[in-house]
Design a protein around this ligand. Structure first.
Ligand code: HEM
Length: 489
């Protein structure tokens, strides 16, 4: 790359000088979102570092990122071929693989349509507006019972351990038409290994950039390969059961609808995208994987913030009590009516920025940005954390202040402010689960805040330092939770 001639009128990318072999890996450190935010102050919105053998372009600043991912979306819509990504979904991942534009676009559309139709489908019971709402309300009830049990027997609980099972069940319901109980060893074991996955899949993992490291013993990489295998086996078993019981006249869930699509495709002479059945059906791996870790991490952080800011928890409860009352459970259509809760969720996304970088992108052709030349096949990191903490966009960005998103009289969310929070990416690769995710985070929270009060346990200090990864998690923690007293209810 360094020897490529820069086309006339374009400039060479700025950036720090680098060491042989490792490049700038040491400067990246174990909190790359912080070190790269610092570097952006020095080198600007578009700069280049060297990670091992590879040059990597780092994008910061809302305007620059928006320009790259939306206006020049096709130029930046690729994924780099990283070693760790080759293990995800057996190399056939929709989100992580290097599928070329045509195949990726066709798969993305299939995934998007399947998600949309199965979340908005009518629920089985008339009291729910859609299947998504039905799954969430039922899982929230199970969760509340489970938390009461564990408080009775152990007097404390680990929020991620329980939330992840509830959230996994919602997406399991849509993808596979089934749920698991909170003590099912297979599911609980699998979803509680999410940390092992996200640590290695985070941007800037040395093994992805220094090929020699792939041949040395590497504990976290071993765990990563292992969890991917377990995950694929888990889904594969369910998919086989679906093939065995498939009935074209009774499409039960997303897996069935993908199998059905393969059948239809064989009859369609005009279908011009060549794709194996496996590439179609394995889309369900991505939906299940992306659908449980991201949302459970959000909710687990939410509970931590509720405990860290008890006065905020109180205001949120008061809002629900006043707007919904305590006689019925919240539903999705209450979302527009709870501006405090909406602001809390926005501030949680912004302040934690627990998805600090999007999944890495890759340039699909020679291009340029802000006057700098970027050659084809360059790996690109998008620093969402920087945007969410940019002092030019936010007042006191390091403080947790949900009210910053409310209008002057506190009755409505300021939509424009809310749109500045970047957690789902932008443009062509933007998250396809965003609508579901925002609804699900809202409804789970509304239900548990209405019924439960969370608190810090004596002798258990709250440590809110995130552990770096694709999604950043708080350390495993014990908290207390109680049903709200009957006179409140
Ligand atoms: C991609 C965030 C929930 C499915 C992404 C990306 C981000 C993201 C940052 C990468 C964007 C990029 O590379 O530029 C989130 C957050 C969630 C969430 C914060 C929850 C709060 C979900 C859910 C689903 C989902 C519930 C599906 C059930 C996907 C898929 C992709 C993706 C399939 C890959 C898209 C592609 O590569 O074209 N998400 N997501 N996500 N997300 Fe989500």
């Amino acid at each position: 790359h360094f020897h490529r001639e820069i086309p006339e009128g374009l400039r060479q990318l700025p950036g720090p000088s680098s060491l042989p072999i490792i490049g700038n890996l040491l400067e990246l450190g174990n909190k790359p979102y912080l070190s790269l935010t610092e570097m952006s102050k020095r080198y600007g919105d578009v700069f280049q570092i060297q990670l091992g053998m590879r040059p990597v372009v780092i994008l910061s600043g809302y305007k620059t990122v928006k320009q790259a991912l939306t206006k020049q979306g096709d130029d930046f819509a690729g994924r780099p071929d990283l070693y760790s990504f080759s293990f995800v979904n057996d190399g056939k991942s929709l989100a992580f693989s290097t599928d070329k534009a045509g195949v990726w676009r066709a798969r993305r559309k299939l995934a998007y349509n399947a998600l949309r139709s199965f979340s908005s489908l009518e629920g089985k019971l008339p009291e729910y507006s859609c299947l998504l709402e039905e799954h969430i309300c039922k899982e929230a009830d199970y969760l509340i019972k489970e938390l009461q049990n564990v408080m009775t027997t152990e007097g404390k609980f680990d929020p991620f351990r329980y939330i992840v099972v509830s959230v996994a069940n919602v997406i399991c319901g849509m993808c596979f038409g089934r749920r698991y109980n909170h003590h099912d060893q297979e599911l609980v074991g699998l979803v509680n290994l999410a940390e092992d996955f996200v640590k290695v899949a985070g941007s800037g993992n040395p093994a992805d950039f220094i090929p020699a490291l792939q041949y040395l013993p590497n504990k976290s990489m071993k765990k990563f390969v292992n969890i991917n295998n377990r995950f694929n086996n888990f889904v594969q078993k369910i998919v086989s059961e679906h093939y065995a019981t498939f009935d074209k006249d009774n499409i039960r869930d997303i897996t069935d609808s993908l199998i059905d699509h393969c059948e239809d495709r064989k009859l369609d002479e005009n279908s011009n995208i060549q794709m194996s059945d496996e590439k179609v059906v394995s889309i369900v791996n991505d939906l299940f994987g992306a659908g449980f870790d991201t949302i459970s991490t959000a909710l687990s952080w939410a509970v931590m913030y509720l405990v860290a800011y008890p006065e905020v928890e109180k205001q949120l409860f008061e809002e629900i009590k006043e707007k919904i009352g305590l006689d019925r459970s919240p539903v999705l259509s209450d979302r527009n009516n709870l501006p405090l809760l909406e602001s809390f969720i926005l501030e949680l996304f912004r302040h934690s920025s627990y998805l600090p970088f999007t999944i890495p992108h890759c340039s699909t052709k020679d291009t340029s940005l802000n006057g700098y030349f970027i050659p084809k096949d360059t790996c690109v990191f998008i620093n969402q954390w920087q945007i969410n903490h940019d002092e030019e966009l936010w007042k006191d960005p390091s403080l947790f202040i949900p009210d910053r998103f409310l209008n002057a009289d506190g009755t409505e969310v300021n939509k424009l402010e809310g749109e500045k929070v970047l957690v789902f990416g932008l443009g062509k690769r933007r998250c396809i689960g965003e609508v579901i995710a925002r609804n699900e985070v809202f409804l789970f929270l509304a239900i548990i805040i209405q019924k439960l009060h969370f608190y810090k346990l004596p002798g258990e200090p709250l440590d809110m330092t995130p552990e770096y990864g694709l999604t950043m998690k708080h350390k495993r923690h014990y908290l207390g939770v109680a049903m709200r007293p009957k006179d409140e209810q």
